[in-house]
Design a protein around this ligand. Structure first.
Ligand code: KG4
Ligand code: ZN
Length: 340
């Protein structure tokens, strides 16, 4: 079965062709148009600009994915698209395009929850993952831990009380004038550090509820920059900036992974999936491998291009869902809930 997967929930416009086989999904093509140069000057995604750019990109991205896979529209068996959550103007670009193609070609159509997509990105390398699985989804908008009993269900265990982990990376990078998006730049800068700066203090939760908090890191970096204004302009080649990036990255990864062994024991999880843009982080990947060895969890982190938003993960999830009987009455949902 050949599936065309489309994703445009934020600032990446992406299409992929995936062949679903008895052994799992096989990636036949993946095309992604980034909008980093458009949003970079603003230090974050501007929804109206993102929506307009998606409209310009969507046809070429779809055509590119088909050409790269060496197939035509007539060879497709299904089309899958992100239904939500996300920026509604952004979502609508690929959502409408997918319905137009489905109508024109008479193709089965399926709308996919964005987070089910991130989970299914792990299916390419680990199609036989043992369940239940702990699923850590970490991106610019999400820092959520779920329990999955299979590839199509997610039950929330804990989430951030404030900022997402990706936001902490992006905001810190902005204060240090490293560029946008911040995660990969902080990661690269941290890797060049000879030593870490003073560690950040982990947040304390008086109500005892399992959760994370990353907004204190933003304040922490701000205070250090106020004390030492040179940090705001010194750039990635500066040893102090590198040390600060390293301690920031150590704090984020240590805090993210800390609750996982407890949850693994409580839920009887057999495996751990980490996905979303922050799963590209070099330290998170290496620390997760250490944790997996220690706890006996089977670790599945998709290759970096499948961790960030992409059409392939949507196709892989869409392959497992039932197509809609009436695609034409469906709509994108900026606030889509899981299981809806
Ligand atoms: O999943 P994604 O592409 O889009 C959202 O749904 O948000 O994630 C984007 C986020 C950004 O915050 C970006 O800075 C972060 O992922 N990111 C990273 C790395 N690569 C991307 N964060 C830390 N280290 C990285 N190497
Ligand atoms: Zn995402």
């Amino acid at each position: 079965m050949f599936i065309l997967g489309l994703e445009s929930s934020c600032d990446d416009c992406s299409a992929a062709v995936v062949e679903e086989t008895a052994a799992g999904p096989v990636l036949r093509s993946l095309v992604r148009e980034s909008q980093d140069t458009i949003h970079g000057p603003f230090g974050g995604v501007v929804p109206e600009l993102a929506a307009r750019e998606h409209l310009l990109q969507v046809r070429a991205v779809m055509a590119g994915a088909l050409a790269q896979a060496g197939i035509g529209l007539g060879d497709l068996d299904r089309i899958a698209v992100t239904r939500g959550p996300g920026l509604v103007g952004s979502l609508l670009a690929t959502f409408s395009a997918s319905k137009a193609v489905a109508w024109h070609q008479g193709l089965p159509w399926v709308g996919v929850h964005h987070l089910l997509g991130h989970l299914n990105a792990a299916r390419f390398a680990s199609p036989n993952l043992p369940f239940p699985a702990l699923v850590l989804l970490v991106s610019g908008g999400h820092t959520h831990l779920y329990l999955a009993k299979d590839w199509t269900s997610l039950q929330l265990l804990q989430k951030t009380r404030d900022d997402a982990a990706g936001e902490a990376f992006d905001k810190a990078a902005r204060m240090l004038d490293l560029g946008y998006p911040g995660g990969p730049l902080v990661d690269a800068c941290a890797q060049t550090a000879l030593r870490a700066a003073d560690p950040f203090t982990p947040p304390k939760f008086r109500d005892g509820k399992a959760s994370w908090s990353f907004s204190g890191l933003k304040t922490g970096v701000k205070l250090r920059v106020e004390r030492n204004p040179r940090l705001a302009v010194a750039g990635a080649a500066d040893a102090e900036v590198q040390g600060l990036c390293r301690s920031l990255q150590e704090a984020i990864t240590t805090w993210l992974l800390k609750p996982l062994p407890g949850w693994a024991e409580e839920t009887g999880a057999q495996s751990l999936v980490i996905s979303g843009g922050v799963a590209c982080n070099s330290r998170l990947r290496s620390e997760a491998a250490v944790l997996a060895t220690r706890t006996g969890l089977l670790l599945a982190i998709p290759e970096p291009r499948l961790c960030t938003d992409n059409g392939a993960m949507i196709a892989a999830a869409g392959a497992l869902l039932s197509p809609e009987a009436d695609p034409w009455s469906q709509n994108a949902d900026a606030d889509l809930k899981l299981g809806a």
